[in-house]
Design a protein around this ligand. Structure first.
Ligand SMILES: O=P(O)(O)OC[C@H]1O[C@H](OP(=O)(O)OP(=O)(O)O)[C@H](O)[C@@H]1O
Ligand SMILES: O=c1cc[nH]c(=O)[nH]1
Ligand SMILES: [Mg+2]
Length: 209
């Protein structure tokens, strides 16, 4: 089964608490998406391999360690994942970025694909799929299936808020994918929204409702 890591850092809890409030402005919400994504990324990259390189300090030669940044790729699920990717790029600026466009059909709640553009060498990279919301798990599962069909195998999934239903579906569909979660909420409502949640992440980031 997937490794599931739920964040317990006070900074993340505090920031998600602000995001949940209905009166938080679009600008503040958007800034927080990117900040919390950065903090989750810090945990999700904990096991990245390092290589030794020789460097010179102002005093001596020594061995430093570096992440092979060129081996990483962030894949936001559009639209809402875009702002998470922006935050994560502050931490790993050399990562490439692929995009997968999916939206949920509001009646069936099943994902509809409308865009996919990945780096040509994506299958050689470690991939971080990002989307603020893991609700039924349909969108994340479909995005990861698409990546696997293109020969990609090293995949992690990062979200801000997850419902237990979504975690179950994603980890059953893709047991090899680690899942990093800002907050594991209670459940879905009858419309497939996460409770207590924060509403529709895309609409809150872009002010579309
Ligand atoms: O786990 P699921 O049940 O599939 O739901 C989660 C999906 O729903 C939201 O996207 P939405 O369809 O609202 O698209 P948007 O980002 O363009 O608003 C969210 O950003 C996820 O992609
Ligand atoms: O609660 C939810 C569920 C799906 N998509 C969202 O943006 N929010
Ligand atoms: Mg939306």
């Amino acid at each position: 089964m997937s490794k599931v890591v739920v964040m317990d850092h006070p900074l993340i809890k505090h920031k998600i608490g602000i995001m949940r409030r209905k009166n938080t402005s679009t600008k503040e919400f958007r800034d927080l998406v990117s900040e919390v994504a950065m903090l989750i990324c810090y945990e999700a990259t904990r096991e990245l391999p390092l290589t030794d390189i020789e460097i010179e300090t102002p005093l001596v030669k020594t061995i430093a360690q570096e992440i092979e940044g060129k081996k990483l790729c962030i894949v936001p699920i559009l639209r809402a994942g875009l702002h998470m990717a922006d935050g994560i790029l502050n931490l790993i600026p050399n990562a490439k970025v692929g995009h997968i466009g999916l939206y949920r059909n509001e009646e069936t709640l099943e994902p509809v694909e409308y865009f996919c553009k990945l780096p040509v060498d994506a299958s050689e990279r470690e991939i971080f799929v990002v989307d603020p919301m893991l609700a039924t798990g349909g969108s994340a599962s479909a995005a990861i299936t698409l990546l696997k069909e293109k020969g990609i195998s090293k995949i992690h999934f990062l979200c801000l808020i997850a419902a237990p239903e979504g975690v179950k579906r994603l980890s059953q569909a893709h047991p090899d994918v680690d899942i990093f979660i800002g907050s594991l909420d209670e459940r879905l409502n009858e419309h497939g929204y996460i409770l207590p949640g924060l509403g529709d992440a895309g609409d809150r980031i872009y002010g579309t409702k």
